[in-house]
Design a protein around this ligand. Structure first.
Ligand SMILES: *Cc1c(COP(=O)(O)O)cnc(C)c1O
Length: 343
């Protein structure tokens, strides 16, 4: 048995999802003629109470489009130091939009409205880059699947409004937050100018993301998606998987969260584990004792046929992500093995 918990992106489409794909009605979406893509986009717009949604091949491209929509070259984007848009999009903010980032030293990828206020460059002070966009991530990836407090988001929105800043949500794992906090997507649609979501993470799709927003800002998105190479043809086959995922795979995220919590509890007992971040959703980030080489730990787990995300979180941190293909059988195997590890 191989237990692969590197990411929730490693899932393979289920038989049911594949049959939804096979029976999709498709057309050329570049001509605006794919009925399944239209259906998905409509469904998302309604779900979040926004004017429109646009289907994208990846979350990175949806985020990059959002940054481009909200900024001009030379502007500054304000985000947490852990943000995906800053750390894991290949420097795309600079490459595609010519922006720099002001990083907030938040907690687990989240900051508060006072920290935001302190990070905004005064408009009249033309020596500094113009602050034009704030992005937040929910749930936070590098922050270990933490969920934002809705009241803090509302405070942040107020500051954005007062300072004429756009507000973008990187909602690659917004589904996990909605389930965990029992929130309604309409609350998010009411606050944010743009929202990106992913279907290829916890929801188990092979490909697919979307950018959701109001007409005013989204009307330019189709050209930017084209420029970035994201105009797709019979993408209804992919959209069909996304529709299936929205209808069937959101509620069950609860199971991933329970399993993650159980893993977190076991990790605490290991001698080489210094600290396990609070487990809120499907991500566990833990810190290992600096005296122990990470490769020693990697080797022990490798022998047990267990894969975690060893390197992307930093030198002494490891990430584990539970997902749709992580069965009860694999979970039981993992818990037993963790229990028996001695280093
Ligand atoms: C995965 C992820 C994305 C998008 O990644 P893609 O692999 O490009 O789909 C964006 N933001 C966060 C927080 C993510 O975890």
């Amino acid at each position: 048995m191989h237990v692969d918990l590197r990411s929730d992106t490693i899932t393979i489409p289920s038989k049911e999802m594949l049959s939804a794909i096979l029976s999709a009605k498709v057309g050329d979406d570049v001509y605006g003629e794919d009925p399944t893509v239209r259906e998905l986009e409509k469904k998302l717009a309604v779900m979040f109470g926004m004017d429109m949604a646009m289907f994208f091949p990846s979350g990175t491209m949806a985020n990059q489009t959002a940054i481009k929509l909200h900024t001009n070259p030379g502007d500054q984007v304000i985000c947490d130091k852990y943000s995906h848009v800053f750390n894991y999009e290949g420097g795309g903010g600079a490459f595609n939009s010519g922006v720099s980032f002001k990083l907030i030293n938040g907690n687990r990828g989240m900051f508060n409205s006072n920290q935001l206020l302190e990070s905004i460059n005064p408009k009249e002070f033309y020596h500094s880059p113009l602050s034009s966009l704030v992005t937040i991530e929910n749930t936070t990836n590098k922050g270990g699947g933490a969920c934002w407090d809705m009241n803090e988001i509302k405070n942040i929105k107020k500051i954005c409004k007062e300072n004429n800043l756009g507000l973008h949500l990187d909602g690659a794992r917004i589904w996990n937050a909605l389930v965990k906090k029992e929130e309604n997507p309409l609350e998010y649609g009411d606050i944010f100018d743009t929202i990106s979501v992913c279907f290829s993470k916890g929801l188990g799709c092979p490909i697919g993301s979307a950018l959701i927003g109001r007409n005013q800002i989204m009307k330019k998105a189709i050209r930017i998606r084209k420029i970035l190479g994201g105009a797709m043809r019979q993408s209804g086959y992919l959209a069909a998987a996304s529709i299936f995922a929205l209808d069937n795979n959101i509620k069950r995220l609860k199971e991933d969260h329970i399993k993650a919590k159980e893993i977190g509890k076991e990790l605490v007992n290991l001698s080489f584990v210094n600290k396990v971040e609070e487990v809120e959703t499907n991500i566990i980030v833990f810190e290992i004792d600096k005296k122990i080489k990470k490769n020693t730990i990697v080797d022990v787990f490798k022998k047990l046929n267990i894969s975690f995300d060893w390197y992307s979180m930093g030198i002494n941190k490891i990430r584990i992500v539970t997902h749709l293909d992580y069965t009860k059988e694999k979970h039981d195997y993992l818990l037993t093995k963790i229990n028996s590890i001695k280093i």
